[in-house]
Design a protein around this ligand. Structure first.
Ligand code: XBP
Ligand code: MG
Length: 232
């Protein structure tokens, strides 16, 4: 069986992308920009991973726009991040079905747990403190965030860094992802991928994934149906 499970965060552990979207929009209002990202615009923009990169891409695509410095982007992202933490802390942002059970079952069978995400350590902590309690990080052997590496997903950097920290071979691990970008990142690192379909990426192309599920609560039934279940 797999020695470690490596989890993506946004869309995989919780449906956070809707809160990210709202947080971006609140930041745009706060800084007097007339940008507002509706769900269909955001769905398209999600192909660009990373909040700063996403805003930069959107700005570059505008026909007319005042210049936007890297400092402006950083300021927007700082405000977006503060709004995101507040939304996670105040609103309900539960873990997706099956997540808590899988974390518990993995621990019980001696699998190690890790996180490979594009978002920041602060955002992971905001979400998981709320959902799993202040000491959540004690259960994870490695946590790598977007700004810890040179290239964000779909580059394999976060996954390669996790393998280095865990001192494990790619084939000894399973990555749990919700997006094509995440699938590509883990696959480039050689790690088998389990997909849990999420709100914004449900219709992505998941060719190459070992299993595609609607959510992780299906794992117990998938286990019976699929002999090739990489979880065991
Ligand atoms: C998540 C992302 C992130 C969030 C915003 O991708 O792309 O950019 O949308 O996070 P994945 P930041 O689930 O593949 O890790 O604004 O903190 O960058
Ligand atoms: Mg994701």
């Amino acid at each position: 069986g797999a020695a470690a499970l490596i989890f993506d965060v946004d869309g995989t552990l919780a449906e956070t992308e809707e809160l990210h979207r709202q947080a971006f929009n609140l930041a745009f209002v706060r800084l007097g920009l007339d940008w507002q990202w509706d769900r269909s615009v955001y769905k398209d923009l999600l192909r660009v991973t990373g909040g700063k990169e996403r805003m930069r891409t959107y700005h570059e695509r505008l026909v007319t726009a005042p210049p936007l410095s890297d400092g402006d982007i950083a300021e927007l992202h700082r405000i977006k991040t503060a709004h995101y933490a507040e939304l996670v802390e105040t609103g309900p942002c539960p873990l997706r079905p099956g997540v808590t059970d899988l974390l518990r079952a993995a621990k019980a069978r001696g699998q190690r747990l890790a996180i490979a995400t594009t978002t920041s350590h602060g955002n992971i902590d905001a979400l998981l403190s709320q959902a799993l309690g202040k000491r959540w990080a004690a259960d994870f052997d490695a946590i790598v965030a977007g700004d810890d590496v040179r290239h964000k997903k779909p580059a394999p950097d976060v996954y390669l860094e996790i393998l280095a920290r865990l001192k494990l071979e790619a084939s000894d691990c399973v990555a749990i992802e919700d997006s094509a970008n995440g699938l590509v990142a883990a696959s480039r690192a050689g790690i088998p991928v389990l997909i849990t379909r999420s709100m914004f990426f449900g219709d992505d192309d998941f060719t190459g994934a070992h299993i595609v599920l609607d959510d992780l609560s299906e794992l117990s039934t998938a286990k019976q149906k699929l002999k090739n279940n990489p979880m065991h």
